[in-house]
Design a protein. Structure first.
Length: 422
């Protein structure tokens, strides 16, 4: 055997270093598609031996491209690089994904194509699973009546939304492109200022204790309306010290409105729309307590429509009901916003006047009596009312105050009706 020259020895070493000791699968093709040289990693990836690969052509295992296409690619290869994905059939028939980087070069008078090949089957599988999981999450999120989200506070205080579902934009009436994973101002600024402080306080507590976060707050929608949002989330501490909350946002505007309607119905007289007796009793107790604490005057009016039974008997209850609603409206229009108007029962009504002494209260009662007497009621003409007026006495109870005003009203009735008695 002819001994190797120094040049040939150096070349052999270079091929060995470049090929056999490389961490990548490597192969060199001739322009006719045959293998000029391949390293062990490449043949292992295909499941062949070096001898078997040496007798094959690239189209014997590449299933991504046709033989004609591969021939065109080989002939077109020059000293510029190319990068593409392909698929290989192993000797055992298993199809694998591969990422190929190529570069043509003239070597010893022959045009060769040098290739670095990476098996991307596992990566492609992982990417596909991630894609499927993302699609599944998006499908689930699209069925949630609200929005799924993640919110992060970094150790340096930077805040961001790493994830939010499409419903997030809908909650605030935002366009999807208006939202950013790092800029939170467009989102957080929509929370009403009077609710923002409570949210921040709860967030800090949740971060410190890693406790469940729950808050109900108001936001201003893009259409200008106010929406109620319920937020529930669970925090986790990340390795860098960040706190990230994963949770759900729900639009609870309809629920809040329904609850408010139920509350109003519970405290409101169904006919006249003013406070019912139960709610008036509560407010009376409250105002008495406040008047006692701050030593301020408090007066109470009670009025009753004169001969109202005759109205119901002669014209029917529908006409009587209309008259009651008209009277309460007249009174509402002639008292202050801080005054409390309530139906005591039947055609008897109370008006509570905070920070008002007896003389002023008597003037208010007279004003109301005149307003009722001057009004012309449909079908009925004129209706009059009698008024009793009392002022709260120190240490007096609500029951005593109500009894005294009832007695004053009774005197007004006894003395001829359509009058004010104190």
């Amino acid at each position: 055997m002819k001994p190797l020259t120094d040049h040939e020895t150096t070349e052999t070493i270079l091929w060995t270093v470049l090929f056999e000791q490389s961490g990548d699968a490597m192969v060199v093709f001739r322009q006719d598609g045959s293998v000029y040289r391949a390293n062990q990693r490449y043949v292992d990836m295909l499941g062949y031996t070096l001898e078997e690969v040496g007798s094959l052509h690239v189209w014997d295992w590449d299933v991504q491209f046709s033989k004609q296409k591969l021939q065109e690619m080989l002939l077109a290869a020059d000293n510029s690089s190319a990068h593409f994905d392909t698929r290989h059939r192993r000797k055992d028939g298993i199809i694998t994904d591969a990422e190929v980087s190529t570069n043509g070069a003239l070597y010893k008078g022959e045009n060769l194509i040098f290739c670095i090949v990476r098996d991307t089957t596992e990566r492609k599988y992982t990417e596909e699973r991630l894609r499927q999981n993302k699609e599944l999450l998006e499908r689930i999120a699209s069925q949630v009546p609200g929005a799924l989200y993640q919110y992060r506070i970094a150790p340096d205080g930077t805040r961001s939304f790493p994830y939010f579902s499409e419903g997030f934009a809908e909650l605030g009436g935002l366009a999807q492109e208006e939202l950013s994973g790092t800029a939170v101002d467009d989102i957080m600024s929509r929370i009403l200022p009077e609710d923002a402080a409570d949210i921040e306080r709860k967030a800090q507590t949740s971060a410190q204790n890693l406790s469940h976060f729950h808050a109900e707050f108001r936001i201003r929608h893009n259409d200008g309306s106010i929406r109620w949002i319920e937020c529930r989330s669970t925090p986790e501490k990340e390795t860098d010290g960040s706190i990230i909350w994963t949770g759900i946002l729900l639009d609870i505007t309809q629920r809040i409105q329904a609850e408010e309607q139920v509350r109003i119905m519970a405290i409101t007289d169904g006919l006249t729309g003013i406070n019912n007796r139960q709610e008036f009793d509560r407010l009376l107790e409250h105002e008495i307590e406040r008047a006692s604490r701050y030593h301020t005057p408090l007066s109470l009016l009670m009025y009753d429509l004169d001969h109202f039974k005759q109205v119901n008997d002669r014209y029917g209850h529908n006409t009587g009901d209309t008259a009651l609603k008209t009277v309460t409206s007249l009174v509402n229009n002639n008292i202050r916003g801080i005054d409390v108007h309530g139906r005591w029962g039947g055609e008897e009504f109370m008006v509570l006047l905070p920070q008002t002494g007896l003389n002023t209260a008597k003037d208010v009662a007279e004003k109301l009596r005149q307003a009722i007497a001057a009004h012309q009621f449909n079908k009925l003409g004129s209706i009059t009312a009698s008024f009793g007026v009392v002022e709260f006495a120190p240490h007096e109870k609500a029951k005593s105050l109500a009894q005294r005003v009832d007695e004053a009203l009774y005197r007004a009735k006894e003395l001829g009706r359509n009058r004010v008695e104190v």
